[in-house]
Design a protein around this ligand. Structure first.
Ligand code: FAQ
Length: 330
């Protein structure tokens, strides 16, 4: 859809063939005034490309994100926990829908986006390639993963692209419920029997570092951040969001009586919590599917896609019939 052109000297790389500096200036003035950009408005090709990349990857993350917790629906320890988890997983399916809808008017069809996921050309969040070993992982995903997602998405709710921003408002309000149910569960286990305490601590040991990684590489290693910040999509950097996540979650986890598995963690004189070095080798290996459950997750998505073929065919047949001009009864 977009063409990569060699930038002329003095011409910003984001101005593509067929676009003018005046169009860019008018577009950036709209963003500076706090206006939302809607799907039918003029936008730079690079803004469109970045939004499709980011929103489709976000949608894929929601869809793949149903798998680690979905595995536990049939093994939930009580009716209450089962109904909460079913509601959460259904919400997450809905989040995927809102997000695909936000990307579609930009020119990305659902078929193309799903094909990119299934052929491993599109990414989805690294966090969902980690396994869920015990029921406490379900609680820890709610507390940490939804907690990190909310920090990132509250920021994105203010982004310049209207459909994404509005989807984020609704998604964040639902995720706040997911976050609370996870935290409530882990706090209970952390104060429970020795077995429950051990289960909660082991889950924290597994999810702590991946939850820090899911907010993206350090700012110096984040190639997309510059243009996304310039055009009002990312209002905070990866490290700034990670800092907010840390400052909220570290005191709460400690208060729950849990030990954070980072010997270098400390609270600085600046009042902020600072973590030790993150293993970015693991992060990239997990994203590439060289480590973790990437193949298992995509295998499950492929199977669901294949098994759903008859539903897509039936819907297409219905849509075709509805589009046909009314025929005479005879
Ligand atoms: N995993 O230049 P940056 C959830 C890639 S939703 C995989 O910093 P950017 C709900 C990145 O794509 C969780 N890849 O990239 C839930 C780029 O590669 P590319 C998902 C990652 O876009 C909870 C490269 O690294 N949330 O959890 C990751 O400026 C519980 C360089 O990075 C969203 O998608 C990663 N973690 O910043 C569901 C939010 N991080 O594409 C179920 C929207 C980076 O150039 C249960 N997305 N990469 O080939 C964003 O805010 C941004 O895309 C970031 C990354 C912040 C994730």
């Amino acid at each position: 859809m977009t063409q990569t052109t060699r930038p002329e000297p003095g011409r910003p790389a984001q101005i593509r063939d067929g676009e003018t500096a005046e169009q860019h200036a008018a577009f950036e003035a709209r963003i500076a005034r706090g206006e939302k950009i809607e799907a039918g408005d003029w936008m730079p090709a690079e803004y469109r490309r970045q939004l499709i990349r980011m929103i489709s990857q976000h949608a894929h993350s929601e869809v793949v994100g149903m798998l680690p917790e979905g595995e536990w629906i049939s093994r939930a320890p009580s009716l209450k926990r089962k109904t909460l988890l079913m509601a959460k997983v259904q919400d997450v399916a809905g989040h995927g829908q809102y997000l695909y809808h936000a990307a579609e008017p930009l020119g990305a069809t659902r078929e193309v986006m799903l094909a990119a996921l299934l052929s491993r050309r599109a990414k989805y969040s690294s966090i969902f390639n980690y396994p869920t070993h015990t029921w406490a992982d379900v609680g820890m995903i709610g507390w940490l993963v939804d907690g990190a997602a909310i920090k990132n998405q509250t920021m994105l709710a203010g982004c310049s692209y209207g459909p994404y921003s509005r989807a984020m408002v609704r998604i964040c309000s639902e995720e706040t419920f997911h976050h609370k149910q996870g935290k409530e569960m882990i706090v209970l286990y952390a104060q429970g029997t020795p077995e429950q305490r051990a289960m909660a601590q082991e889950a924290l040991n597994r999810w702590w570092w991946p939850s820090l990684m899911m907010l993206g590489p350090h700012d110096a290693d984040s190639p997309n951040s510059g243009v996304l910040a310039k055009w009002g999509v990312k209002l905070k950097s990866n490290d700034a969001v990670r800092q907010e996540y840390l400052d909220e979650h570290v005191p709460e986890l400690l208060e729950a009586g849990l030990t954070i598995p980072d010997p270098d963690l400390f609270r600085g004189e600046d009042g902020h919590w600072h973590h030790g070095p993150i293993d970015w080798t693991e992060f990239w290996a997990v994203i590439k599917g060289e480590q973790g459950l990437g193949e298992t997750r995509l295998g499950a998505r492929q199977a669901a896609h294949d098994e759903g073929a008859w539903v897509r065919e039936a819907m297409q047949a219905y849509a075709d019939r509805e589009r046909r001009p009314a025929q005479a009864a005879d």
